[in-house]
Design a protein around this ligand. Structure first.
Ligand code: C5P
Length: 232
């Protein structure tokens, strides 16, 4: 189950396909994350094309709306045959249950469904001042993760530094998908709570999501292979 997911944050089909061409001769087909930027630019066809090339796909659209709308949207996504998709836990347990129902195909199969707890860009101060959440970041994440489990989802997206906390509250089988990965000594870019692939493995991440350390590397295939070696 554990894997390295490459965040393919490109602005169009041409760019992402040129990037994936570099991996053509690799024995291991990378698991690919398609986010809002690429999906809104290139639509469902880019999902089908990357799937046709044999990659697993995490469609990172972070759904957050009324339960009925999320359920119907998830039903549409269930036909895209992605391997993982997500919602915001802030949408409530009812919304997460609706997403799960929509995503489940008539034969009972479905993509993994995970929830975003608090975005890693949100600070405790903004949570308190703007969102009026007075609990600590850790308590909030643990509660959102527990809500996600209660709704029947498979796991959460969180900082690798929070993976242990989530596992403690929700059990070892509850998946943690963790962005915020950097090689030792590399630039953090705009990420704040970061760690290395090897440390993420020790803490208990199930999937690491790695963007710029691979996409902006001089040799993306070597950087990906390094992640695989360190994490798997
Ligand atoms: O380039 P980098 O490795 O920072 O990319 C991380 C990816 O994970 C980006 O696609 C970003 O949107 C996503 N992500 C994140 N933090 C979250 C949720 C998603 O960095 N809490």
């Amino acid at each position: 189950m554990r894997d390295v997911i490459i965040a393919c944050d490109f602005s169009g089909a041409e760019q992402v396909l040129a990037f994936l061409d570099k991996f053509k001769d690799c024995e291991r087909k990378p698991f690919v994350k398609i986010g809002m930027e690429l999906y809104y630019a290139a639509g469902p066809e880019i999902v089908r094309e990357i799937k046709r090339r044999g990659h697993k796909i995490f469609l990172d659209l972070k759904m957050h709306d009324i339960p009925n709308t999320v359920k119907k949207t998830a039903r549409v996504l269930s036909e895209l045959d992605v391997d993982m998709t997500n919602v915001h836990a802030a949408g409530t347990i009812e919304m997460m249950r609706a997403a799960l129902e929509g995503l489940t195909r008539p034969d009972g199969t479905r993509a993994l469904l995970i929830a975003v707890t608090q975005l890693t860009s949100t600070s405790e101060q903004r949570m308190r001042d703007e969102l009026l959440i007075n609990a600590s970041m850790e308590e909030t994440i643990a509660q959102y993760a527990a809500n996600t489990k209660e709704a029947g989802l498979d796991g959460v997206v969180c900082s690798p530094l929070e993976a242990a906390l989530v596992k403690k509250r929700c059990g070892q089988g509850f998946l943690t998908v963790t962005p915020g990965i950097r090689f030792a000594g590399a630039a953090a870019d705009d990420q704040v709570r970061i760690t290395t692939p090897a440390r993420a493995k020790e803490i208990g991440s199930d999937f690491i999501v790695v963007g710029r350390p691979i996409t902006a590397a001089e040799d993306p295939v070597a950087a990906y292979n390094q992640c695989v070696t360190d994490f798997l």
